[in-house]
Design a protein around this ligand. Structure first.
Ligand SMILES: [Zn+2]
Length: 147
């Protein structure tokens, strides 16, 4: 468990890790950037802490597919993770206007979640200057306007 101060909304047990998905604050400090990003997105984007069975943890945003309602409202079942991908909060720089764009990088290297990326469409283009991916090189699971 992550401690009583930060109870997750949904807890999933995987063969190789534990996944805690959070609905809202408070979140563990390591999830702060992920939670700030997810707060500006739809409900299908949720801050999530992945704790590996071999040790270590990773801060992510769990992303439900666009045609799915999001996390379950009751006791989660592993099937609820069908199509769910994980992304990492970060910042992209537009190569046209140099805007620093908050973005959600797709995480492709994990079991279960990596293959699910195929069900997700990457969003391309700079929200500041409108340049497409080809010139801006801005592309991610989600792209937000610069603050
Ligand atoms: Zn731009």
């Amino acid at each position: 468990m992550t401690g009583d101060a930060h109870p997750p909304a949904w807890h999933f047990t995987l063969p190789w890790a534990e996944l805690d998905v959070f609905a809202r604050d408070p979140v563990p400090p390591v999830l702060r950037p992920a939670a700030d990003l997810a707060a500006r997105l739809e409900d299908r984007f949720r801050p999530a802490l992945l704790r590996f069975a071999r040790g270590g943890e990773g801060a992510y945003v769990a992303v439900w597919p666009p045609d799915r309602p999001g996390p379950p409202q009751d006791v989660p079942h592993p099937d609820d993770l069908r199509g769910v991908a994980l992304g990492q909060a970060g910042t992209l720089s537009c190569r046209v206007c140099s805007a620093r764009v908050p973005a959600l990088y797709p995480e492709a290297g994990l079991p279960l979640f990596g293959p699910h990326l195929a069900a997700h469409r990457l969003i391309g283009g700079c929200p500041q200057c409108g340049s497409g991916f080809a010139t801006s090189r801005v592309q991610a699971l989600a792209v937000l306007p610069p603050r």
